[in-house]
Design a protein around this ligand. Structure first.
Ligand code: FMN
Length: 376
């Protein structure tokens, strides 16, 4: 049944009349219901069917990073499952890992809707969600219940953001507060200081403001969980260098490159049809194809600057195996996707992983880790 619908997926996507956020919420609700019922006869059958359709297992794609076992290098990016309500389902879609959130210490409703838009002419999305989420305490409870039903099968990360109501000077306490609720229910953590949709947040990428956050989190990190930082594609090289220096000083485990861009330069879309306004005047971050090249450039730069010593999670504009390979040989150890998965459908993971295996054969490499930074 699932294979039968594959050619119809683009049509299905374009015919979804409800706004993308409503479709997204419905999907998460369905997955959450399925997960809660995973031990019923129908739940078990449905999950097995998903795994049969979407999962690939091959030891050449497997690697260990930060002591965590990644069955494959392709993960779900932050923002898709903000409250972790479908956290137990992402392994069944073939993902090698999944990042939940962004979560904030205080629950918040985000920006007014509509706030998520597809830009099909650009294979892109514009979003200004504003980190809507139920808060760290609720997520901790949701995840504890999920892992009681079924221990996690893939590494799970949590993307931490600052609550909108916390002043920038209170950022450290806010990040640390979320981390304290969540540190036992996930495998790695990400300091998100790069979302364009929380006022002032990206200014926290600057050294003076970033240092206390890194220091506070590492002091609270008594179980030595990997902590990474996620950066914007719009930073200057000098700013990235400063962040890398701090990452080394504070023993961060890696960098995620990149978040969405505030640039509108590469867009074919001129008017956002939902509002009738110029795309230049619409707030929010652009994801998908327009960030592909820049994100790969940033990955390449980080790899060069650190001599490949600081692991990179590469994200931005991946739609196929070629895109994934370009980021790996530029220096990304593992990858994430959001927009590409929406456009290409859930078969995408399988396609990307099969394509990466073909690349390994072509280059005579035994394991995906041998391809990391290959172009340097
Ligand atoms: C609707 C939407 C919500 C997002 N929310 C978050 C978020 O909460 N935290 C975060 O770090 N990144 C968030 N992102 C950014 C993605 O994780 C990713 O970095 C970016 O979209 C580039 O990847 P892509 O081109 O595969 O989408 C969001 C992206 C989209 C499209």
């Amino acid at each position: 049944m699932l294979n039968f619908t594959k050619p119809l997926y683009p049509l299905l996507l374009s015919s979804v009349k409800s706004d993308p956020e409503t479709a997204h919420r419905q999907m998460l609700k369905t997955l959450s219901n399925l997960e809660i019922n995973r031990h019923s006869v129908w739940g078990n059958l449905a999950i097995k069917q998903l795994e049969k359709s979407f999962c690939i297992r091959d030891s050449r794609l497997q690697q260990t990073l930060w002591g965590l076992n990644f069955n494959n290098p392709f993960g779900l990016a932050a923002g898709f499952d903000k409250d972790g309500t479908a956290a137990g389902m992402w392994s069944s879609f073939g993902f090698g890992f999944a990042e939940l959130g962004a979560v904030t210490l205080h629950s918040q409703s985000g920006n007014p809707r509509p706030r998520m838009f597809r830009l099909p002419e650009d294979k892109a999305a514009l979003n200004r969600m504003g980190a809507n989420n139920l808060g760290a305490a609720v997520m901790a409870d949701t995840l504890a219940q999920t892992w009681r039903r079924q221990p996690r099968k893939i590494p799970i990360g949590i993307n931490l953001c600052k609550s909108k109501i916390a002043a920038l000077e209170e950022a450290t306490a806010d990040y640390v507060g979320s981390f304290q609720y969540l540190q036992d229910v996930a495998d790695y953590f990400v300091i998100n200081v790069s979302s364009p949709n929380t006022p002032g947040l990206r200014s926290l990428q600057g050294g003076e403001q970033l240092e206390p956050i890194l220091s506070g989190l590492q002091t609270a990190n008594t179980n030595s969980k990997p902590i990474l930082i996620k950066i914007a594609p719009d930073l200057e090289w000098e700013d990235i260098k400063d962040i890398l220096n701090l990452a080394t000083s504070y023993n961060l485990s890696g960098v995620i490159a990149t978040n969405t861009t505030i640039s509108r330069d590469r867009l074919n879309t001129k008017i956002l049809k939902e509002t009738g306004k110029s795309i230049q005047d619409e707030a929010g971050g652009i994801s998908g194809f327009p960030v592909k090249e820049r994100s790969t450039e940033v990955i390449r730069f980080i790899y060069q600057e650190t001599g490949g010593k600081l692991p990179i999670i590469g994200v931005g504009g991946i739609f196929n195996a070629e895109d994934a390979w370009a980021k790996i040989i530029a220096g990304a150890s593992v990858l994430q996707v959001y927009t590409g998965w929406v456009y290409e459908g859930p078969w995408m993971v399988n396609n990307v992983l099969s394509g990466l295996l073909a690349k390994l054969d072509e280059k005579g490499l035994d394991n995906i880790k041998d391809a990391v930074g290959l172009e340097h």
